[in-house]
Design a protein around this ligand. Structure first.
Ligand code: Z5A
Length: 247
C-alpha cells in the first residue's frame, strides 16, 4: 500500500473510532430496522416524485424515516449546494466541484446520516456518492480512483444498503424537466454529458447488483412505483403486503 493511502485509511479509522466512542452503537441484536437507502438518476427521471411514495412504504413497514438530500441536508451542505449549482460560476474546476461534493457529504454524514442510523432510523437520501461516480466520474470524466479514495476517507466502510437508480433515456428526463425555471450550472450541460452520466449509473448497477438496482423510469408513474415497491421487497427492505395511500 502507498504511504498516502495508509495515512488516509488511518485517518478514516480514527474518525470512525472517535464517532463510535462518543456515540455508542446499540448492540446488533437491538438494531431492528435501520437502513440507508438512496435514490439516483439523471435530472427529470422522477426522484422528487417518488420520494414521498418510498417514504410512505417505509413508514407503513415500520421504519422511522429521515428524508434528506445531497448536496445539502445541513446548513453548510445547503450553502455548498447553492455554490455548486449557481450558474454564475461557470468556471468552477472539476476538482473543486468534486471536493465540494465530498465536503458537503462529510458534514451530512456527521450531522444527519450517522446520528440517524445510530438511533435506528432509516435514512432515505435523494442522491449520494453514486451521483459523484456518475456526474463527476462519468460526466466530468474525473479519475474514478480519486473518487474512490475520497469515498473511503469520508465514509469509511459505510455504503447505502440499497440504491435505486431511476433510469430513462436522456431525452425523456430532459423533456420532463424542461418546463421548469432556469437550468442550474450542472443542468446546463449538453446531452453528451448526461449520456455519460446515465452510462456510469448503469455500470454501477451492473458492478454492485447486491446493493444497487435499476428501475425503468420511462414508464408511467404508477408502473414506476410498482417496480420500486418490488425492488424494496426483493432487497428485503419492506414486506410484499405493504401498501401506501398513494396506490
Ligand atoms: N450532483 C453531482 O453532480 N454530484 C453529486 O455527488 C451529487 C449531486 C450528490 C442536484 O440536483 C444536482 O447535483 C444534480 C446532480 C448534482 N444535477 N443535475 N442535473 P437535484 O438532484 O436536486 O435535481 P435534479 O437531478 O435536477 O432533479 P430534478 O430535475 O428535480 O428531477 P427529478 O426529481 O428526478 O424529477 P421530478 O421533479 O420528480 O420529475 C420531473 C417532472 O417529470 C415532473 O413534472 C413530474 O411530474 C414528471 N414525472 C416524474 N415521473 C414521471 C413519470 N414516470 N411519467 C411521467 N412524468 C413523470
Amino acid at each position: 500500500m502507498r504511504s498516502h493511502e495508509c495515512d488516509q485509511k488511518n485517518a478514516s479509522r480514527i474518525i470512525r473510532a472517535e464517532y463510535k466512542n462518543n456515540n455508542p452503537r446499540p448492540a446488533e441484536t437491538e438494531r431492528r430496522m435501520s437502513k440507508f437507502i438512496t435514490l439516483e438518476g439523471i435530472e427529470g427521471v422522477g426522484k422528487t416524485s417518488n420520494m414521498r411514495y418510498i417514504k410512505e412504504l417505509l413508514e407503513n413497514s415500520g421504519h422511522d424515516c429521515v428524508v434528506t438530500r445531497e448536496p445539502g441536508g445541513t446548513d453548510l451542505g445547503e450553502a455548498l449546494r447553492d455554490i455548486l449549482l449557481d450558474h454564475s460560476d461557470d468556471n468552477m474546476s472539476p476538482d473543486s466541484e468534486l471536493l465540494l461534493m465530498f465536503a458537503a457529504r462529510a458534514e451530512h454524514l456527521s450531522k444527519v446520516i450517522l446520528p440517524a442510523l445510530e438511533k435506528d432510523q432509516t435514512v432515505l437520501c435523494d442522491r449520494f456518492t453514486e451521483a459523484t461516480y456518475a456526474y463527476q466520474g462519468g460526466g466530468r470524466q474525473l479519475d474514478v480512483d480519486k473518487i474512490s479514495e475520497l469515498e473511503d476517507w469520508v465514509q469509511g466502510e459505510l455504503r447505502p444498503d440499497l440504491t435505486i437508480i431511476l433510469d430513462a433515456p436522456v431525452e425523456i428526463g430532459r423533456a420532463r424537466a424542461g418546463g421548469r425555471s432556469e437550468p442550474d450550472r450542472i443542468e446546463k450541460e449538453h446531452d453528451d454529458f448526461f449520456q455519460r452520466v446515465r452510462s456510469a449509473y448503469i455500470e454501477l448497477a451492473n458492478r454492485y447488483p447486491h446493493r444497487i438496482c435499476l428501475v425503468d423510469a420511462s414508464l408511467g408513474l404508477a408502473a414506476v412505483q410498482k417496480n420500486i415497491h418490488e425492488k424494496l421487497v426483493d432487497y428485503d427492505i419492506v414486506g410484499s403486503g405493504i401498501m401506501t395511500g398513494i396506490e
